[in-house]
Design a binder for this molecule. Structure first.
Ligand code: ADP
Ligand code: MG
Length: 691
């Protein structure tokens, strides 16, 4: 026997083996945890005469006739008889060997949906098996597993069954941890893969059966343990203690701001300053609705770090947004004598080298940019604080890269994440358990609520008339068109599906609004071009900006008071809310018009209705979670909602609470059991949960 972890002699892998790997079914435990979608009942035989039309049944009998019919469509016709009646089996596709195995006189067990055809009772393409009188019936329901095209169900069934025998399924959790009504894991899995014929299928399908509950509980417990573990690990890490010094840049910035902070802004600033002053890395999410004023909080946090003699990095998900931050922070901080560097994918050549040098030497006290800031080549002399704006637009992997990169120093930097998409409570308790949250729950004074109106696309001309009136009195207008592929428009993104929509609308509005500037902005334009258009709109020399969702996050032009979103039915709820948040930033009353092309789906209708009824980002996020599930909140295209496979945060609240309560006890008293439980359940995914 070779060592368990020695390299096996490399044999070419079969297609099903590769397919198994692709589904992530590598370890025995992975296969054991690959659960059926549904079951087929092959445990009983229904007499032919008693089978009902449309019912999936299993019958058994002797072949009394078998021939290939050549009239019309070529097909194999097999007549099967039992004591109660007869049944025609029809095969349009068949191999000669199959025909042979259904010769006259052979006993067959067949399974399929019964129909009444031209010749009476029939089954088209039933599954069949040659048997004799003594062939036993299976004693359990047959599992049907989720699979892929290159992985036959029968192969997968065999793989799961044998893995189930081999897998180490012994109870890892000490007595008293698992709620008493739940079965041991091995029992639960055996039951779910091969339930006895009398099992109540309803409770299996809706996953309320105790066997299912056991899996969900174990999964939630693993997830809570892993979060707790990383929380404790973080508490052991060292970070620079950053204290704002008297009379420093921080105080000077407060003095020159053109507005007074809201109470909510003041409170979150204090929470952040409290974290920064501690020698453990901050891991804090700042959430606040669109327009609540997170940017200034970020700037104030940056100055605390800078006053203490450390560098700060600020990252935004798009160039437009990064550039806007850069301009705003530069206008505040440059007069105070700070060095601010600018780093994105489109900063190239000498300019780029200069920025890299400034970051590496520590000369740049603040570095603002896009993902480029976390690239491998970027080095910081003394990075004390990293701020990520619109954190949900960054992937889990990118957040991890940031922490790992910065961990290359002796000390970890503090981390502040900002988001306008608040995390609902259930998610905060699970995925984000290792995160402190500050909330700005108040908008700056003087804002008037945005009025949202929903119109069918037939009202388009009326909307354009409204725009004419608005721009005539000096207001500015956004018109947003969907572009499916563009939501994360950055370097390396796939080309957009179709630009014609935004280009045609731009032409249409240019014609309708003769004498006014109408700009065009989309993700395929060069960065410099985009920046120029954005600058013109900010300066007011363009009255209308026709754009794709590149303006979705963070863009701040307070004079804009009308937002039109075309094909609003194509956007997600949080995205609509983000887009709407581009208006209502100044003192003018603002309007958001949602144009849709019917007919609307039920969820489409629900989304638009929610938009018309509420401006509250928390309420929107709650509804969005209901409609879409947790993926969006994880920033998770890479990590996937896969992190929880069995448990459902909406439905399994009680199990979640139990897992949350038990995790600290288990980790304290039985650290080894806790670790083995996490490895069993999360394997390599455990790393991801730390991001
Ligand atoms: P978001 O939270 O969506 O990132 P911003 O930081 O872009 O919001 O702020 C929205 C607008 O409100 C900006 O123009 C900003 O200068 C302004 N603002 C922020 N805080 C205040 C305040 N306390 N009083 C008045 N205006 C403010
Ligand atoms: Mg913002």
């Amino acid at each position: 026997m070779p060592e368990a972890n020695s390299k096996p002699v490399s044999k070419p892998k079969s297609a099903p083996q590769k397919a198994l790997e692709k589904l992530g079914l590598l370890r025995d435990i992975d296969l054991a945890l690959h659960l059926p979608l549904r079951y087929e009942d092959e445990t009983r035989i229904t007499p032919i005469a008693q089978a009902h039309e449309g019912q999936a049944v299993q019958c058994e009998g002797l072949v009394s006739e078998s021939h290939v019919d050549l009239r019309g469509r070529r097909q194999l016709l097999v007549k099967l008889e039992d004591a109660s009646g007869e049944l025609l089996l029809r095969f349009i596709h068949f191999y000669p060997a199959q025909q042979k195995s259904m010769a006259v006189g052979q006993r067959l067990r067949v399974r399929g949906e019964l129909r009444h055809g031209f010749f009476g009772r029939e089954m088209v393409h039933p599954t069949f098996k040659a048997v004799d009188e003594n062939t036993p019936l299976p004693s359990a329901l047959s599992p049907v597993y989720p699979t892929s095209a290159s992985l036959p169900q029968a192969y997968l069934r065999r793989a799961v069954t044998s893995a189930l025998q081999r897998a180490a399924l012994e109870e890892l959790l000490p007595a008293g941890v698992v709620p008493p009504q739940l079965p041991p894991l091995r029992e639960a899995l055996m039951f779910l893969h091969h339930p006895p014929p009398q099992a109540r299928l309803g409770t299996l399908e809706d996953q309320s059966h105790p066997a299912w509950q056991r899996l969900k509980f174990d999964e939630l417990l693993a997830q809570q343990l892993s979060q707790l573990q990383s929380q404790r690990e973080r508490a052991r890490l060292q970070a620079p203690a950053l204290n704002a010094s008297r009379g420093g840049i921080h105080e000077q910035l407060l003095a020159v701001l053109p507005f007074a902070l809201t109470n909510a802004q003041r409170r979150v600033c204090e929470e952040i300053a409290g974290d920064l002053a501690r020698p453990q890395p901050m891991h804090r999410l700042l959430q606040g609705d669109v327009g609540s004023g997170k940017t200034v909080v970020a700037a104030l946090a940056a100055t605390v770090a800078i006053d203490a003699g450390w560098q700060c990095a600020l990252m935004a998900p798009t160039e437009i947004l990064a550039e806007q931050h850069f301009k705003k922070l530069l206008s505040w901080l440059e007069p105070l004598g700070l060095q601010v560097a600018w780093l994105t994918g489109s900063v190239k050549g000498k300019a780029r080298q200069k920025m890299l040098d400034a970051a590496a030497s520590g000369e740049a006290q603040l570095v603002i940019g896009t993902h480029a800031v976390i690239e491998e080549k970027v080095r910081f002399a003394r990075l004390g604080l990293a701020i990520i704006d619109e954190q949900h637009r960054f992937g889990v992997a990118q957040r991890l890269a940031l922490r790992q990169k910065l961990a290359s120093m002796e000390l970890e930097p503090h981390l502040l994440m900002m988001s306008a998409t608040p995390i609902p409570r259930t998610l905060a308790m699970t995925y984000f358990a290792d995160l402190d949250v500050s909330t700005i729950d108040e908008l700056p004074p003087g804002r008037t609520a945005i009025v949202t109106k929903v119109f069918a696309d037939g009202k388009r001309l009326n909307v354009i008339e409204k725009i004419q009136a608005e721009v005539a009195r000096g207001a500015q207008v956004y018109w947003v068109c969907p572009l499916i592929e563009e939501s994360s428009a950055e370097e390396g993104a796939p080309p957009p599906l179709d630009l014609s929509n935004v280009i045609e609308t731009h032409a249409e509005l240019t014609e309708a609004l003769a004498g006014f500037g109408v700009g065009l902005l989309h993700g395929r334009m060069a960065a410099a071009e985009k920046a120029a258009v954005m600058a013109q709109f900010s300066a007011g020399s363009l009255s209308v900006l026709v754009a794709t969702t590149v303006i979705e996050v963070g863009v701040d032009v307070p004079n804009a008071s009308l937002m039109v979103i075309e094909h609003a039915e194509r956007f997600g709820l949080s995205q609509l809310h983000q887009l709407r948040g581009r208006v209502g930033r100044g003192s003018a009353a603002s309007v958001c018009v949602l144009l849709y092309s019917g007919p609307l789906s039920a969820t489409g209708k629900a989304r638009l209705k929610a938009m018309a009824e509420t401006n509250d980002g928390f309420e929107i996020a709650r509804l969005d979670l209901e409609i879409r599930g947790p993926g969006e909140f994880m920033g998770a295209r890479q990590s996937g909602a896969e992190l929880l496979r069995f448990a459902d945060l909406q439905q399994d609240g009680l199990l979640l609470q139990a897992a949350r309560r038990l995790a600290p006890q288990l980790l304290d008293r039985h650290p080894d059991a806790a670790r083995r439980h996490v490895v069993r359940w999360l394997g390599s995914k455990a790393e991801f949960l730390k991001a």
